[in-house]
Design a protein around this ligand. Structure first.
Ligand code: DON
Length: 308
């Protein structure tokens, strides 16, 4: 696929933004223009990135941050420790649900991509102070997205922190049930910051390309995470990356993916492509409405459904 074909598919799917709504439970996100759609594809065979539409517009990474933070937590602690703390099962509930932990006997959050599991993952990041932990996360995001321009969006961070009471309830619930260690306000501060980082679809495509390429950055050959870690993360993206829409997405599109309420989608097609999509209007599950439609076409066009 070349940039012209991708641009055509963007034009074809652009109108689907009208079927969604920008996230408004975080007030700073409600100000984002819904009329945006962009995509970047890193092709591992060609070692080449193509971009089209709004692929270089900066937007909040939100829940897509759960992928690099999980990778860093595994780098810091190993898979045994991480997955003794956090399970790897899909929940069937919304991303901010507390119910899954009640049902799971209050022992572990069910997976690292629902908010509870992501907060538990953040609690495992090494660093003496909350600032040091966040600086390590930011440095890792810059490295794996090959994007030195990534910064914290202060306005979104303040908005997340001010309105984050459901996340506070999830974190205190886990602390009260001995599911996490550490100070809740400090862990949440790092979590709110990691969600408020500004990325582009192009950077997300490169992150996904590292996952698709078994943990090695295809642009310079540097190993960033272990092969095992890349494999596990792609599996959890397949079963839980789009929350309670993961099953339908697997049937209709068929690739490991992760969404964020900033309108981002990350896709890693093993051994073939890393993809990043941005369109801020969301469907009822909190996933990019036009982004999912565009991906459906792109994956079909590239015969990239991993289950075919
Ligand atoms: O914690 C939150 O609710 C947001 N910072 C992130 C949630 C999110 O992106 C869910 N994904 N689609």
């Amino acid at each position: 696929m070349d940039e012209e074909e991708l641009t055509q598919l963007i034009s074809k799917n652009f109108h689907y933004y009208q079927t969604g709504k920008v996230a408004d439970y975080i007030p700073a996100l409600a100000k984002v223009d819904p009329k945006q759609l962009g995509m970047a594809i890193y092709d591992l065979a060609e070692k080449h990135l193509i971009t089209a539409g709004d692929a270089n517009v900066r937007f909040a990474i939100e829940s897509m941050s759960k992928v690099p933070v999980l990778l860093l937590a595994i780098n810091d602690n190993g898979t045994d420790k991480v997955f003794q703390t956090i399970n790897t099962e899909p929940t069937g509930f919304a991303f901010n649900s507390i119910m899954n932990m009640e049902i799971n006997h209050r022992k572990h959050p069910m997976n690292p991509f629902v908010n509870a599991g992501a907060i538990a993952t953040t609690s495992l990041i090494s660093g003496k102070t909350p600032d040091e932990k966040f600086e390590r996360i930011l440095a890792f995001m810059k490295l794996i997205c090959d994007d030195p321009e990534i910064t914290l969006n202060e306005e979104i961070y303040r908005s997340e922190s001010k309105t984050g009471d459901i996340n506070r309830s999830l974190a205190y619930y886990m602390k009260g049930n001995q599911m996490i260690e550490g100070e809740v306000p400090a862990i949440l501060d790092t979590y709110f910051k990691q969600c408020s980082v500004n990325v582009t679809a192009a950077g997300i495509a490169k992150l996904a390309a590292v996952l698709a390429n078994k943990g090695v950055a295809p642009w310079n050959g540097q190993r960033i995470v272990s092969e095992k870690s890349a494999t596990i993360v792609k599996s959890i993206m397949t079963t839980a990356g789009l929350y309670d829409e993961s099953g339908e997405f697997s049937v209709h599109v068929g690739v490991p993916a992760k969404s964020g309420v900033g309108g981002g989608l990350m896709v890693a097609v093993p051994n073939r492509y890393g993809m990043g999509v941005f369109s801020p209007a969301l469907d009822a599950f909190g996933n990019s409405a036009a982004g999912i439609q565009l991906l459906t076409d792109v994956i079909q066009e590239l015969s990239a459904d991993i289950f075919d």
